[in-house]
Write a protein that binds this ligand. Structure first.
Ligand SMILES: *Cc1c(COP(=O)(O)O)cnc(C)c1O
Length: 438
């Protein structure tokens, strides 16, 4: 029947083909090293396909503006509780539909237009939402950057403390998208609190590492708020959250997220987020430890093959990320495109020494190993990936030849690990339940 429909409706065939081809390409035929992505478990994906995708729930659980939500209310409370258990706080709100939305709500809760924010420097990987070009700018908040220490590849703590004491901002933000060493929450929080500022630590990239116990939890180190995406190292559906230490901050941001930044908050992701949280409770530590081991291994293996990997002197990385300086290999844009031709997917990235005008062709490449880890790859496979990358960017082999090897290599890694296993029959049963509940 479907085959006939596709023949009859060429527009449908186009949509269908693009969707199926993309899914095969990115899930089976490429080595995905984008640091901000991941794959959900089959169980989380199947529960994601639920009817809640059609529904509206404005407001907080059990205090909604619409009817028909008794199960949504319970599910939202349970998903938040599970995330709170992982983050060691009772105060988690899953209504932000993305990390950026979570930032918007947290920033707005503690500032008014014209106020000042002291933020982690863009050189330290701060996200565009922390800048005048992004959410901070949209809210009319002045962006003042902390100084960066290139030797430490981190915020320069002494100078940052002085800056905070002088500027007396309303908020201080930490965290970033190019994030290989933890930002110093404790001393920054002490300085911030001494001038009455709130500390918002954006953990979008490292949420999965925090709940896996291999990266410091900023809420235990003095941050007032964490904001996050739920789909980077934490392998849930695309979405966001904020979590706080204190109930009053939780309520304050809760009053902002709705009605200012979401109305409907994409309810179908709650079930998938909850399943992912349960899986992280069970397998999170094992997963997170392997992620960091893989990142270190890949960094070492690339360095041993002549690729310039940053911060060898500090062990390359403490996160899922590996940062390459490809200024001597044709720069970021070309290298990223060459690797794409070989089905190795990375992104170009600004490095601390790049000038603003380098944004279109920066000198860096950012790699993340969280997704290949989920596909079951370990240290041995990091050596293989390093070989494949080297063949493209150093040996200058024909990318289409390397691509054949990549596709062969991926054939052994087709199952998501660190999750609850279900059978093929269960998968069909769940799909059927979503389409024809009975
Ligand atoms: C990815 C990222 C975000 C934005 O997350 P979205 O969920 O895409 O909105 C915010 N902050 C940091 C540090 C990020 O890396």
């Amino acid at each position: 029947m479907l085959d006939e429909l596709l023949k009859e409706h060429p527009e449908l065939k186009k949509v269908y083909d693009l969707t199926i081809t993309h899914t095969r390409y990115r899930k089976k035929e490429t080595i995905n090293l984008i640091a901000s992505e991941n794959v959900m478990s089959p169980l989380a994906m199947l529960l994601y396909l639920n009817d809640m995708m059609h529904r509206y729930a404005e407001g907080k659980p059990f205090k909604r503006f619409y009817q028909g939500l008794k199960y949504v209310d319970e599910l939202e409370v349970e998903a938040s509780r599970l995330m709170g258990e992982l983050l060691k706080t009772q105060f988690v709100d899953l209504r932000p539909i993305s990390g950026t939305t979570a930032n918007a709500a947290a920033f707005r809760a503690f500032t008014a237009p014209g106020d000042k924010a002291v933020v982690a420097p863009v050189q330290a990987g701060a996200h565009v939402s922390h800048t005048r070009f992004g959410t901070l700018g949209a809210l009319g908040i002045e962006q003042i950057e902390m100084p960066f220490s290139i030797e430490e590849w981190n915020i320069d703590v002494d100078k940052a403390v002085k800056l905070i004491e002088n500027v007396k901002p309303k908020i201080v933000t930490l965290g970033g998208s190019l994030y290989i060493f933890p930002h110093p929450t404790k001393p920054i929080a002490e300085a911030a609190h001494s001038v009455g500022a709130k500390v918002i630590h954006d953990v979008a990239h490292v949420l999965g590492l925090i709940v896996g116990g291999v990266w410091p939890n900023p809420l235990l180190e003095g941050a007032d708020v964490i904001t996050s995406s739920t789909h980077k190292t934490f392998p849930g559906p695309q979405g966001g959250l904020f979590a706080t230490r204190l109930e009053e901050d939780y309520k304050e941001i809760g009053k902002v997220i709705f009605p200012m930044f979401v109305s409907n908050h994409h309810l179908h992701r709650l079930a998938a987020t909850a399943v992912t949280a349960i899986e992280m409770k069970l397998f999170g530590r094992e997963y997170a430890e392997q992620v960091v081991r893989n990142a270190r291994k890949l960094a070492e293996a690339l360095a041993a093959r002549g690729v310039k990997v940053v911060m060898e002197e500090k062990g390359f990385t403490q996160s899922h990320q590996v940062v390459l300086d490809v200024s001597n290999l044709g720069r970021g844009t070309r290298v990223a495109l060459q690797l794409e031709e070989a089905n190795i997917i990375v992104n170009k990235n600004m490095l601390p020494w790049d000038r603003p005008e380098d944004v279109k062709d920066p000198s860096g490449i950012r790699i993340g190993v969280q997704e290949v880890t989920r596909w079951g790859m370990k240290e041995g496979e990091m050596e293989v990936i390093a070989d494949l990358i080297k063949e493209v960017i150093i040996d200058k082999k024909e990318p289409s030849e390397v691509k054949k090897k990549v596709i062969e290599f991926r054939k052994e890694f087709t199952e998501v690990h660190y999750c609850l296993k279900i059978s093929r029959e269960d998968e069909i049963r769940l799909l059927n339940l979503m389409l024809h509940p009975g």
